[in-house]
Design a protein around this ligand. Structure first.
Ligand code: LLP
Length: 424
């Protein structure tokens, strides 16, 4: 469900026509429906209400400050993976006690800033990392909560680039190593072994892999509790899939119905607290990329629609072969379809937004909406081909606001200088 819909022949975001925004913002631009973000957040919150979980929005999916602040104001926590995301989380006014920090490669300076910021906990991915966090906490004369990220060895049947809970992935620790760490937690006097974390992958449409992984995590928690380790939290990660095309993902309600019974034996107020880290579920269908048709090009083999957004703006099709629906902003009356690739201006054959897609005919200047770009869209964009990053526009009802300006050519070279010594 999202709030991008046609009124007559024109595509709207909430109550605002897209063409009006394009006139002011220019193209391309990312467009977010604030209401859709909140709808999804509340759907999850309501579905899990009996468990009162901490829902930490995964900042890596969409790190726009206006979006983060909107969710934070409604009680969301944040899941971060870097010093940069911590900086954003603080700017968005997040309660540090609702911030969890994952990543296999946390640097010492990032760890120190996070401890000083009093974040809730680190999701720890290796023994070496545990030593570093312990040493930093010792230096800062404090005790820091940590969760061990358990690799539950579950393959969720999603794209292999976004599978994270299988044995061969770099993420988490196997149960044996993790058990040993809990049993020897006395060796880390500045750490509190408070939680277990799992995250098995992304864009998972079925409940089954989650259920399998959570069962394993709970069995693990029972085993470490039996040797005296108090585990207060189970972080079940993110990964809920959404509709890009014809997927039939579980709803938040169905997901909760599959997951919550697993916790029957636990008192979720006092005994074990659930943390969720959804990114795509909240943001994926809440944003789109609006682009303009520059040219229609026909070769003997193929038809191409050349648009002004490229793989640097949205890399998912090139990187994962991901499907994003493409809709005309103004629908024409005659809708005879033809097959074409939608390609960008970047000098790579991988620079496409759609391949062999059935599309209505377009004309130069037509606006197209690339759907479901609210997660892993802008955040994965780059300046490749010296293309300034596009603006992020937020719609609230009938009004729209530029929440991040279009970059200028000046921005492209802001941190560069011509080194005279190299020239001489
Ligand atoms: N927690 C952890 C530890 C994660 O690594 C991730 C995503 C999430 C939560 C949020 O997962 P979500 O609910 O959004 O599925 N760039 C890829 C997706 C990479 C996901 C990375 N980790 C894409 O465009 O599909």
């Amino acid at each position: 469900m999202h709030r991008f819909h046609y009124k007559g022949r024109e595509l709207y975001c909430e109550e605002t026509p897209l063409s009006k925004i394009a006139q002011e913002a220019g193209t391309p631009f990312y467009l977010y429906s604030i209401r859709t973000f909140l709808d999804h957040f509340f759907k999850l919150k309501e579905a899990f209400a009996p468990a009162r979980p901490l829902i930490c929005f995964s900042v890596k999916a969409n790190s726009n400050l206006t979006i983060l602040k909107t969710l934070v104001k409604k009680g969301a926590g944040l899941d971060i993976v870097s010093g940069g995301e911590l900086f954003r989380a603080k700017k968005a006014g997040a309660d540090p006690q609702k911030i969890v920090f994952a990543s296999v490669g946390k640097r010492e300076d990032e760890i120190e800033t996070a401890i000083r910021s009093k974040i809730l906990m680190f999701n720890v991915e290796s023994v070496d990392e545990l030593d570093v966090i312990n040493a930093v906490a010792c230096k800062l004369k404090t005790t820091q909560k940590i969760a061990i990220r358990l690799n539950p060895d579950v393959t969720p049947g999603t794209h292999h680039y976004i599978t994270t809970g299988a044995r061969e992935n770099k993420f988490g620790l196997d149960a044996e190593t993790a058990y040993k760490l809990f049993a020897e937690s006395y060796r880390y006097p500045f750490l509190r072994f408070s939680g277990v974390h799992i995250h098995i992958g992304s864009q998972i449409t079925q409940a089954r892999p989650f259920v399998l992984a959570i069962r394993r995590a709970l069995a693990f928690i029972d085993s470490v509790r039996s040797v005296g380790s108090p585990v207060e939290y189970l972080n079940i990660g993110g990964g809920l899939g959404i509709i890009y095309s014809k997927e039939k993902p579980q709803t938040a309600q169905r997901f909760a119905e599959a997951v919550l019974p697993l916790f029957k034996a636990y008192d979720l107020e006092r005994d074990l607290k659930i943390i969720l880290e959804p990114g795509r579920f909240i943001s994926g269908n809440s944003g789109i990329l609006v682009t303009k048709v520059l040219y229609e090009k026909r070769t003997k083999q193929k038809s191409f629609v050349v648009v002004d957004a490229g793989m640097n703006d949205l890399i998912r099709p090139a990187f994962y072969g991901a499907y994003h629906e493409i809709l005309p902003v103004i629908r024409r009356r005659s809708a005879s379809l033809r097959v074409a690739d939608v390609v960008g201006p970047v000098c790579e054959s991988g620079d496409f937004l759609a391949k062999d897609r059935k599309l209505p005919p377009f004309e130069k200047g037509d606006l197209l909406a690339v759907m479901s770009c609210g997660a892993y869209g802008f955040v994965m964009s780059s300046n490749y081909n010296s293309r300034p990053r596009v603006p992020e526009v937020v719609v609230k009802g009938r009004r729209f606001f530029v929440a991040r300006k279009r970059e200028t050519f000046g921005d492209l070279i802001r941190n560069e200088k011509i080194v005279k010594e190299v020239l001489s």
